[in-house]
Design a protein around this ligand. Structure first.
Ligand code: MUC
Ligand code: MG
Length: 367
């Protein structure tokens, strides 16, 4: 059960078209595959998607901190020494995606060692989640075309629309076009990635009042403390904190400060261990969660559904589990399938991440 080695393998897979949003854009998935090796040949695997514009991590920084700092700290510990593992990882501040990937690879190794699915070890509530697809910046008609295609091919009926452009009416027009075209056959919500001011966001929300939005996420920066509280106070729908809550302490701060009324959980950011803490905290406070997407590949998405399906509170809403569909290829030996708008967990020991080694050889960038 001892950890014998930790690897960090950089890889790059292009997107078929770039995903654009207020804080950045994604053309190539330059992620890091983290592998935790245990005694008896067990290998746990997870994916770190660095997002420099949000958390300051890069592919190189994730690789360096995992190999040079975290690996020496955890090699030799038992897979069950989880509090000790986190005490050591937390000697380094920040680096959320790097820490999350180490954490999830450890859970995968633990599940394989115990012969049980990680989703059951976590909570075992259900075996699937409804899927929400994230629609990037686009013209109204193009957004309508994307949604029509994803409804038809995958049966997805929940969509998160990226907003936060200037003038804000560009985005209002997209959301209105979607509602007018699809009527009440789809659920719609918006994510501003801090792109608007509080007053722009308030005006945009007022103009979208008749569009039945179910959530509004990070419309303006949480660092504009009073502006954010002012906006949240005036917003009738749950206001989701995402990048402003990288961990449990920020969740408490933002909720108690009145800067959010719902919380996005991203396993790419808080792994399984800290996602669990965030979820339990929210459950105790009576605050809703949505499973978010750090524009994960298939490995990360499988981890996300593994966690989301484990609890009633995280599987109640559709989870953002589909943007890997915008990638030209991926690493899983058995690709994920979204059918009738749902994604299933894998009923195998661990998380079920099994890598196609030929593809990893093709896409890794360290050789
Ligand atoms: C989101 O919900 O904000 C964009 C960047 C990132 O880290 O996550 C995405 C989606
Ligand atoms: Mg977000």
């Amino acid at each position: 059960m001892k950890i014998t080695r930790v690897e960090a393998i950089p890889f790059a897979i292009p997107y078929t078209h770039p995903l654009r949003f207020a804080s950045g854009e994604q053309h190539v998935a330059e992620h890091v595959l983290v592998r935790v090796h245990g005694e008896d040949g067990v290998v746990g695997t997870a994916e770190a998607p660095p997002r420099p514009y949000t958390y300051g991590e890069t592919q190189d920084s994730v690789r360096a901190v995992v190999e040079k700092v975290f690996a020496p700290q955890v090699v030799g510990l038992d897979l069950l020494d989880r509090e000790q593992v986190h005490a050591r990882l937390n000697r380094t501040v920040a680096n959320p995606a790097a820490k999350a990937a180490v954490d999830m690879a450890l859970w995968d190794a633990l599940g394989q060692t115990l012969g049980r699915p990680v989703t059951k070890l976590l909570g075992g509530y259900t075996d699937r989640m409804r899927v929400s697809h994230m629609v990037g910046f686009d013209e109204p008609q193009k957004a309508v075309d994307v949604v029509a295609e994803f409804m038809q091919r995958y049966g997805i009926t929940t969509y998160k629309v990226k907003v936060g452009r200037r003038p804000y009416r560009l985005d209002v027009a997209v959301v209105r076009a979607l509602r007018e075209h699809f009527g009440d056959t789809i659920e719609l919500y918006v994510d501003g990635n801090r792109g608007w001011t509080a007053s722009e966001a308030a005006r945009a929300l007022r103009e979208m009042e008749d569009l039945d939005l179910t959530l509004a996420e990070e419309l303006n920066p949480a660092d504009d403390v009073l502006g954010r509280r002012w906006l949240v106070e005036r917003t009738a729908i749950p206001f989701v904190a995402d990048e402003s809550v990288p961990g449990p302490a920020e969740v408490v701060r933002e909720l108690l400060g009145g800067s959010a009324t719902a919380i996005s959980i991203k396993t790419a950011r808080t792994g399984f261990t800290y996602s669990q803490r965030v979820h339990f905290l929210c459950e105790s406070l009576g605050v809703e969660n949505v499973m978010g997407n750090q524009i994960d590949g298939q490995v990360g998405t499988l981890c996300s559904v593994t966690f989301g399906a484990a609890y009633r509170g995280t599987s109640a809403r559709a989870g953002e589990l589909s943007n890997f569909l915008d990638m030209a290829d991926d690493l899983l030996a058995e690709p994920l399938q979204i059918v009738d708008g749902e994604l299933h967990v894998r009923d195998v020991p661990g998380t079920g991440v099994l890598i196609d080694e030929e593809k990893l050889t093709r896409y890794r960038t360290d050789r």
